[in-house]
Design a protein around this ligand. Structure first.
Ligand code: NDP
Ligand code: GDR
Length: 333
C-alpha cells in the first residue's frame, strides 16, 4: 500500500513493487483534473483479470477512510509517501502542511491499529529535519527544522518511532536527502532548471528566475532511493536510516552542470527573484549514508553531475514530443 503513489517517489516505488510481483494498492486524491500522469504507464484496467495495481480515493486528512481501506486491503507493507512536500509552500500553508505532512502520519498509524492489521510501515522522513544543524548529518544528528514542512516531518518521525516502541509495530524512518529525476515536480529547483535548459536550448525561453543559489544540497537519483525504502522493510529489525550520496553541491553547481550539458552559459539566463527565498533557509545538507551501506548494502551509483545530465536529456526529449509551442507556466512558478 502506497500513499502518495501519484508523486515522484510513489510512481517509482509502484514500478519497483510490481516488478517484484507485488499486488500494489495506491491512494490517490480526487481532483477536477487528472493527476495520475506519473503512473499512467503502469495503469491496469480493473476489468482485466489478474491485474495487480489497485487505486483508491483517499486523503491523509480523512482518518475514517484510511481505517476502512486498511481493513479492506490488510497490506503486508505500507509506504507513507504522501505529504505537502514543498518547503517554500509550507510557509504559505503552514496549517495544512501540519495537517497532511504531520498529523496525516498519526492518522495512518491509528488506522493501522483501529483496523487490527500489522503491516511493516515506512515513513518518508526528510533531511529537512536537520535544518540548521551543520553537516555531515547522520542518524544521530540532532534535528533543527527551519520550515513548517521540516517541523511537520519531525513530528512524523517521532510518532513513527513512538508506535514502534509503544506497540511493537515494524515501523521505520527513511531519512532521505534530496532526490530527483525526470519525474520531479516542476517547482523544485533541479527540475525547474533542467526544464528551463531544454526551453532555452529550443529558443522558447530566455530567462530563468531563481532565489538562493548558494544553498548546498546532496542530490541523488530517485529510482535508487525507492530501492532503499524497500530494503528497509525487508531487514530483520526496524530501525531508521539516512539515504544520501554524501557529496555536496550548490544550486549554482547544478545550474552549471545542466546548462553546460546543452552547451550553454547559465549566467546569461539566470535572474534573481526574491519570491523564491524562504523566511528561514536551510544552508547545507550533506548526508552520511554509512549505516544504509552497512545494513542494507545500499550504495548510490548516480551522483549529482550525471543526474543533471539525465534530467536535461529527458526534458529536451519531452519538449521535442510536446512541441515548443506548448503553453508553459511552470517556468515562472
Ligand atoms: P511529491 O510532492 O512528488 O508527491 C507527494 C504525493 O503526496 C503526491 O502523490 C500527492 O498527491 C500526495 N499528497 C499530498 N497531499 C496529500 C494528502 N493530503 N492526502 C493524500 N495524498 C497527498 O513528493 P515526492 O515523491 O518527491 O516525495 C515523497 C515523500 O518523500 C514526501 O512525503 C516528501 O515529503 C518526502 N521526501 C522527499 C524527498 C525528495 O527529495 N523528493 C526527500 C525527503 C523526503 P497529488 O499528486 O494529488 O498532489
Ligand atoms: P528542498 O528542495 O527545499 O531542498 O526540499 P527545493 O528544490 O525546493 O530547493 C532546494 C534549494 O534550492 C533553493 N532555490 C530554489 N528552490 C526552488 N524550489 N525554486 C527556486 O526558484 C529556487 N531558487 C533557489 C532553495 O532555496 C533551496 O535551498 C526538497 C523537497 O523534496 C522536500 O520534500 C524534501 O524533504 C527535501 O528536498 C529533502
Amino acid at each position: 500500500m502506497i500513499t502518495g503513489i501519484t508523486g515522484q517517489d510513489g510512481s517509482y516505488l509502484a514500478e519497483l513493487l510490481l516488478d517484484k510481483g507485488y499486488e500494489v494498492h495506491g491512494f490517490i486524491r480526487r481532483a477536477s483534473t487528472f493527476n495520475t500522469e506519473r503512473i499512467d504507464h503502469i495503469y491496469q484496467d480493473p476489468h482485466v483479470q489478474d491485474h495487480r495495481l489497485f487505486l483508491h480515493f483517499a486523503d491523509l486528512t480523512d482518518g475514517s477512510r484510511l481505517t476502512t481501506l486498511l481493513h479492506e486491503i490488510n497490506p503486508d507493507e505500507v509506504y507513507n509517501l504522501a505529504a505537502q512536500s514543498h518547503v517554500r509552500v509550507s510557509f504559505d500553508e503552514p496549517e495544512y502542511t501540519g495537517q497532511s505532512t504531520g498529523l496525516g502520519t498519526v492518522r495512518l498509524l491509528e488506522a493501522i491499529r483501529a483496523a487490527g492489521v500489522s503491516p511493516r510501515f515506512y515513513q518518508a522522513s526528510s533531511s529537512e529535519m536537520f535544518g540548521a544543524t551543520p553537516p555531515p548529518q547522520n542518524e544521530l544528528t540532532p534535528f533543527y527544522p527551519r520550515s513548517p514542512y521540516g517541523v511537520a516531518k519531525v513530528y512524523s518521525y517521532w510518532i513513527t518511532r513512538n508506535y514502534r516502541e509503544a506497540y511493537g509495530l515494524f515501523a521505520v524512518n527513511g531519512i532521505l536527502f534530496n532526490h530527483e529525476s525526470p519525474r520531479r515536480g516542476g517547482t523544485f529547483v533541479t527540475r525547474k532548471i533542467t526544464r528551463a535548459v531544454a526551453r532555452v536550448a529550443a529558443g522558447v525561453q530566455s530567462e530563468l528566475y531563481l532565489g538562493n543559489l548558494d544553498a548546498v544540497r546532496d542530490w541523488g537519483y530517485a529510482p535508487e532511493y525507492v530501492e532503499a525504502m524497500w530494503r528497509m522493510l525487508q531487514h530483520d529489525e526496524p530501525t531508521d536510516y539516512v539515504v544520501a550520496t554524501g557529496a555536496a553541491y550548490t544550486v549554482r553547481d547544478f545550474l552549471r552542470f545542466s546548462f553546460e550539458h546543452a552547451g550553454l552559459d547559465w549566467e546569461k539566463y539566470v535572474r534573481f527573484d526574491e519570491r523564491y527565498l524562504r523566511p528561514t533557509e536551510v544552508d547545507s545538507l550533506i548526508g552520511d549514508p554509512t549505516k544504509a551501506a552497512e545494513l542494507l548494502d545500499w550504495v548510490p551509483k548516480i551522483h549529482t553531475p550525471r543526474l543533471a545530465q539525465i534530467m536535461v536529456d529527458a526534458d529536451r526529449a519531452a519538449l521535442e514530443i510536446e512541441g515548443a509551442h506548448h503553453v508553459d507556466v511552470v517556468a515562472t512558478r
